[in-house]
Structures are given as structure tokens and as C-alpha cells.
Design a protein around this ligand. Structure first.
Ligand code: COS
Length: 399
């Protein structure tokens, strides 16, 4: 089933985006991956996406990427289209970007050369290790520590909910380098899988299976070169990385919602009852209308957030938006609005599509049944809806 690409005509996109969207929409339905084992399937998707060149959109051109900079609109098109077909394919793609994003933003030339081209080829699997058992939404409350020791650093602590945990080749890990300094005492590190002192064997099973694990660090020694970005600059680096990818989480939700609507429309046209089709009932038409409007509202916020980010990068700070701080706040708020609205709307759209399917909607193996499970975690990860509300609310009060 080919995804609808009519939205690519919107003025947020340029011709390169339209070509990318059309080519991907034609490529992805032809891929067959057995997803019964999420770890194996995720690796296979990374391989397919890498071989076909799609992972090149996760890194900049200087490191083998497809475009000069990480292009938010390209990321949005990729995630939306992949999620329409397979949320696991979207996950595999997104994690290559999120896991390597901080290296793109703050890596030294040597770090970028060592990791980014391999990420773009699908030769290295990336992960982003921020959350802890007692530090999820309150990321600044982390307690994993990095202490200076001879020749580098020693990490101690625990990270959890780590996507790609145990299948990743490296983990961009955030740890406290100054316990008393709160968010200003966090530094990022690149931790290669298999380092002595790193145990990633505790897998976490979730309702929509994807690779997820807890990482335990016990005197895990890292060389000085493993430090990523400025000492004590890790919190901002994490937030900047999340800013890029939050709009793309919105896009993944959008792809799932569009798929649910497609399924609902198809089913309602085929399903016969009371001498007509389900689609002939006004109740169905009203629901379909509501679903389409929820999707469009989410799409416009998502594309705006991506466009705003790309536009500010292209024009440089200050062309359209005078103060840099204001510009950052606008981009952060736009990404937060997109993530919150698209994930919440997608949950409603998918629920309506499932309801329309009646008993079939809850039958294991039906597309709407798996979408119902797939969408749920998007309202939580990379900043729960409540965190997005907080980001937006604080900004509105400050403006
Ligand atoms: N870009 C750059 N800098 C940012 C930033 C951003 N998007 N957001 C915050 N900062 C900076 C602030 O400017 C502030 O800098 P100063 O120390 O110089 O003043 C610093 O970071 C701390 O910001 P703030 O006071 O807003 O931090 P809080 O501890 O209140 O936390 C939230 C803010 C809740 C928004 C943050 O912790 C968050 O996003 N949590 C969710 C984490 C998350 O997404 N987890 C999922 C992980 S991946 S699955």
C-alpha cells in the first residue's frame, strides 16, 4: 500500500523534499521484514535503510550524509512515510538520528569521522542514554556520575528505557560531572558497546515490542576522548538534540494516524451492514471527517516546526527573528506543540479507526490493533505530553 503524498505540495516543502517523499513512498512498501523478533527485525531494517541510502539523512554531508545539515523537513517526511508502513522501520531510522545527533551537533572532527559515516551506512547502531529510573521527565535529576580518573573518566550508575539497548554499537550517555550543579553539571560521553563495566543485558519488554534495555555502569572507564561537547554542557546538548527529533516524533505519530485513517476508509467502504456500507452512515462520515481534521491539524504543526528549524538554520540567527534566544524559544515551542498535538491526535484517530472495525479492531494481527499499541509510547518518550505542556506554558508566560 503506497502512502498518500499529496501533502508534499504544501509550501513548507521544496522540490528536493517532494522527490525524497515520492521515492521513499515507492520504496518502502516493497520491503519485507519479519518483525516477530524485534531485535533481529530492527537490525534488518537498519541494514535495509542503510543500503538504500535513507540513513544518510541522519548525518550531515560532511560525514557522508545526504544534505549539508540535518534537515528537519527531510526527517519529518522520512519518519511519517516509514511509520505509515512499519513503526519498527521508523524506530530503526529515528534511533540512528537521535543516537548520533549529539555527535553531529558537538562532536570533534575525529569523533564525527569515527561514528557518523558508519551510522549513515547502517554499519553502526546508535543509542541515546539520558533517562534513569528516577530521572525521566526531570532529566536534570540524573545521578549517573562521571568522575575524572587517570587517563579519562569512570562512569557509575544506571540508565533505563534505552532504545536500541543491547543492540547498539555505541551509547551517547549523559552523566553528572558536577553533582552539585544540577543541569549545569552534566556532560555527554560516547560509550562503545562492550566496554568493561557496562552491562546492557537487562531487556525491557513493552506492549509494542522494540529493542529496549537498562544500562548499568560499574566503574566503566572511558578515555578522555570519549567526552562529547563541552564539560558540563551536556544538558543543553541533550535538549538541543531532542529539539531536532521532537518534531520528527510528531511526524511518526502522523504517519501512524494517516495509516489508521486509510484503514478506516477502506474498511468502511467494504463493510456491509443494514443493507448499505458502513461509509454510507452519517455517523461514519462524521468520524472520518473528525479524523481527517485531527490529522491535518497535527500535520500543519509538525511541518511548521520542521520548517521553522530549517529556515532559522538557513537564514542564520537574526534574519527573520531578531533575538537568538527568542528564536530558540520559538523553535522549541513549535516542536513541543507539534509533538504534543500529533501524538495525542494520533491516539484519538487510531482509537476511532479501531472502534469502526468493531471486533476485528481488537483481533491480534489487524493493522489497527497493532497501531493502537504502537502509538501509546509516543505520548511518553522524548518528553511526555505533560513536559511539552510545561515547555509551552513556561514560554507563553515569559513572552
Ligand atoms: N536548548 C538549549 N538549551 C536549553 C533547552 C533547549 N531546548 N532547554 C533548556 N535549555 C537550557 C536552559 O536555557 C537552561 O540553561 P541555563 O542553565 O543556562 O539557565 C538549562 O538548559 C536548564 O533548563 P530548565 O531550567 O528549563 O531545565 P529543567 O530542569 O526545568 O527541565 C525540561 C526542563 C522538563 C523541559 C527538561 O528536563 C526536559 O525536556 N525533560 C524531558 C526529558 C526527555 O525528553 N526525556 C526523554 C529522553 S529520550 S526518550
Amino acid at each position: 500500500m503506497k502512502a498518500d503524498t499529496r501533502h508534499l505540495a504544501l509550501p513548507f516543502f521544496d522540490d528536493a523534499h517532494r522527490t525524497l517523499g515520492e521515492q521513499l513512498a515507492a520504496w518502502v512498501p516493497a520491503q519485507q521484514v519479519d518483525e516477530s523478533d524485534d531485535r533481529r527485525a530492527c537490525k534488518e531494517w537498519v541494514r535495509l535503510l542503510g543500503d538504500a541510502g535513507w540513513l544518510r539523512y541522519c548525518v550531515p554531508a560532511s560525514a557522508g550524509g545526504a544534505m549539508d545539515k540535518l534537515d528537519s523537513r527531510a526527517l519529518v517526511i522520512l519518519r511519517e512515510t516509514l511509520a505509515f508502513h512499519s513503526p519498527l522501520a521508523d524506530f530503526a531510522f529515528a534511533m540512528q538520528g537521535l543516537g548520533s545527533g549529539a555527535i553531529t551537533l558537538a562532536g570533534t572532527p575525529a569523533q564525527q569521522a569515527a561514528y557518523l559515516p558508519a551510522v549513515a551506512r547502517g554499519d553502526k547502531i546508535a543509542a541515546f542514554a539520558l533517562s534513569e529510573p528516577d530521572a525521566g521527565s526531570d532529566a536534570g535529576a540524573m545521578t549517573t556520575s562521571a568522575d575524572a580518573c587517570q587517563g579519562g573518566w569512570a562512569l557509575n550508575g544506571c540508565k533505563t528505557w534505552i532504545s536500541n539497548g543491547d543492540i547498539a554499537d555505541f551509547y551517547v550517555t549523559f552523566a553528572k560531572t558536577d553533582m552539585a550543579a544540577g543541569t549545569r553539571g552534566i556532560t555527554a560521553f560516547i560509550v562503545d558497546a562492550g566496554k568493561p563495566g557496562l552491562d546492557s543485558s537487562e531487556h525491557i519488554a513493552v506492549m509494542a515490542p522494540h529493542p529496549l534495555a537498562t544500562l548499568k555502569f560499574a566503574h566503566c572507564k572511558l578515555p578522555g576522548e570519549a567526552q562529547l561537547g563541552a564539560l558540563n554542557g551536556g544538558f543543553k546538548l541533550a535538549m538541543q538534540t531532542l529539539d531536532i527529533f521532537r518534531a520528527s516524533v510528531a511526524a511518526a505519530a502522523l504517519g501512524m494516524a494517516r495509516r489508521a485513517l486509510t484503514e478506516a476508509v477502506r474498511f468502511s467502504r467494504e463493510r456491509k451492514m443494514f443493507g448499505q456500507t458502513l461509509a454510507d452512515f452519517q455517523l461514519t462520515q462524521a468520524k472520518i471527517g473528525e479524523m481527517a481534521a485531527l490529522i491535518d491539524a497535527a500535520a500543519l504543526l509538525t511541518y511548521r516546526a520542521a520548517w521553522l528549524r530549517d529556515d532559522s538554520e538557513a537564514s542564520g540567527a537574526g534574519k527573520r527573528i531578531t533575538a537568538e534566544a527568542e528564536g530558540r524559544r520559538d523553535r522549541t515551542v513549535a516542536a513541543a506543540m507539534a509533538k504534543m498535538t500529533a501524538t495525542e491526535n494520533a491516539q484519538r484517530v487510531i482509537d476511532m479507526a479501531l472502534q469502526m472495525h468493531g471486533g476485528l479492531g481488537v483481533k491480534v494481527g489487524t493493522k489497527v490493533e497493532s497501531l493502537y499499541r504502537d502509538i501509546r509510547s509516543l505520548r511518553i518518550y522524548e518528553g511526555a505530553t505533560e513536559v511539552q505542556q510545561l515547555i509551552i506554558g513556561k514560554a507563553v508566560l515569559q513572552s
